[in-house]
Design a protein around this ligand. Structure first.
Ligand SMILES: [Ca+2]
Length: 108
């Protein structure tokens, strides 16, 4: 009986640790330059991206869920839904033959 109780407790602890780890990882990181370099901005909910406004050139998106990225602050303007990371936002088409490079101002 003692052994069984111990096992259950260990499993519960393991589950808690895992869930804490995944919520910590469930954040978007915007990077100033391509290939995830330069200054970075980290959040899971950003009505504005602070100093990173119109500067992001690559983005890490967690595998756990997709995020909506917006051209303007406050989740306004054109948007794009991303479910994976981009080491260059230049390859992501915007309007008029332009790209999403240096354009993101908010995301959620
Ligand atoms: Ca913008």
């Amino acid at each position: 009986m003692k052994t069984k109780k111990f096992l259950v407790a260990a499993l519960a602890t393991g589950a808690l640790t895992f869930s804490a780890a995944s919520s910590a990882n469930a954040q978007v990181t915007l990077y100033e330059h391509q290939n995830y370099s330069g200054r970075s901005f980290n959040s899971s909910y950003a009505p504005n991206v602070s100093f990173m406004n119109d500067l992001a050139s690559s983005v890490r998106v967690p595998s756990t869920r997709g995020y909506m990225f917006y051209q303007d602050a406050g989740f306004l303007g054109s948007w794009v839904y991303l479910e994976s990371s981009y080491n260059s936002l230049s390859v992501l088409p915007f309007a008029y033959g332009l790209s999403w490079n240096d354009r993101i101002s908010s995301f959620k």
